[in-house]
Design a protein around this ligand. Structure first.
Ligand code: COA
Ligand code: ZN
Length: 315
């Protein structure tokens, strides 16, 4: 059944999920300029950075400086990833609007990524949710590996929902179902989104997709058809988890925005402005980025016909 909404929201995660895995050290000023350029594009949310241990994620060790350096555009919600109480304190100090807490749906990925068991993470995140509640900061929780784990394989939907229920009971206002390593496929995405929406009616649900196996856009349509209206995406298809073997880019923001625009779905994002940013990404991350949409142009960016046509078919 198609419940697809005519209006969806994009959370641009390139500055966090994108830059956390890049080998090139991106200068703080360049990160600030990247976020400022994104702020002009019409995103509902931008995930600016992460307040993780600098040993775990050295690329984002300058989180406070980036957060303090950006120009806040009214109407944009600036979020940051927070793994523990220490991260929350650092994020609150520099005025993050909304926290994005994180834990994994699968046991082994949680241990690799966060150095804790899932039960320890639940206890830690419950403490973060309590403290954030006292500080008046809303918290979303991203559940990594919700559609499959690179170590444990299939992750039962019952497990994902068990964790989601526990986190909502502890105060989470939103849950993001994350396909950390691109293991999701469309019918699976539809089934989990439908179940989550049914069981967690008051909770804002977001879907976070990676294109590791080429299914991200198909998965986005499947999620949208069940009524999901919030999507994470990264400009240029940057991104990946450093603690997940074979992880690669998020669904490209420009591709998801372009696709939904073709379908008459409003994302609020200014595609030409975004494509201008994407054009500059190879110099930001110091590597080439294959980008078919940038090469071909948007669907109706038509080309001049070959010059010889006018001779062959004179008017
Ligand atoms: N911000 C800054 N520093 C932090 C921190 C935070 N949020 N949390 C812990 N640290 C520091 C500690 O002070 C300690 O520093 P020290 O060695 O100088 O004493 C060090 O990090 C280790 O602390 P510990 O509590 O033992 O953490 P850990 O090594 O068990 O790691 C996490 C736990 C959660 C902090 C770490 O694994 C992490 O940040 N993971 C994030 C992973 C991630 O973002 N992955 C990609 C996104 S899904
Ligand atoms: Zn991701």
């Amino acid at each position: 059944m198609n419940k697809g909404s005519a209006r969806i929201e994009i959370n641009e995660v390139g500055p966090r999920d994108g830059l956390q895995i890049e080998k090139a050290m991106v200068a703080t000023a360049a990160k600030v300029a990247f976020v400022d350029a994104l702020s002009a594009c019409g995103f509902a949310r931008i995930e600016v950075t992460s307040f993780t241990s600098p040993k775990a994620i050295p690329a984002l060790a300058d989180a406070q400086d980036v957060m303090r350096g950006i120009q806040r555009k009214p109407g944009v919600i600036y979020t940051a990833l927070v793994p523990n109480v220490r991260g929350l304190e650092r994020a609150l100090e520099c005025g993050v609007d909304e926290m994005n807490l994180v834990m994994s749906s699968s046991e082994t990925h949680n241990r690799a990524n966060l150095r804790m068991t899932r039960e320890q993470s639940l206890a830690e995140l419950s403490a973060v949710l309590r403290a954030a509640g006292q500080a008046g900061a809303p918290c979303n929780v991203s559940l990594s590996t919700a559609f499959g784990c690179p170590f444990d394989g299939d992750v039962p939907a019952d497990e994902v929902l068990r964790l989601a229920h526990a986190l909502v009971a502890a105060g989470a206002t939103g849950i993001t179902l994350c396909d950390t390593t691109g293991m999701a496929f469309p019918t699976q995405v539809a089934a989990l989104c439908e179940r989550a929406a049914r069981e967690l009616p008051g909770t804002a649900l977001t879907v976070h997709l990676h294109n590791t196996r080429g299914m991200a856009l198909a998965n986005a349509v499947a999620a949208w058809q069940t009524g999901i209206t919030r999507f994470d995406a990264a400009a240029g298809g940057l991104g990946g988890c450093p603690y997940a073997p074979g992880a690669s880019g998020n669904v490209n923001t420009e591709e998801i925005v372009h696709m939904f625009a073709c379908m008459g779905v409003d994302t609020g994002v200014d595609l030409p402005a975004l494509m201008e940013i994407v054009r500059g990404l190879p110099s930001l991350v110091e590597r080439e980025l294959a980008n078919p949409l940038l090469a071909a142009g948007p669907r109706l960016a038509t080309h001049a016909p070959p010059a010889w046509l006018a001779e062959r078919f004179p008017a």
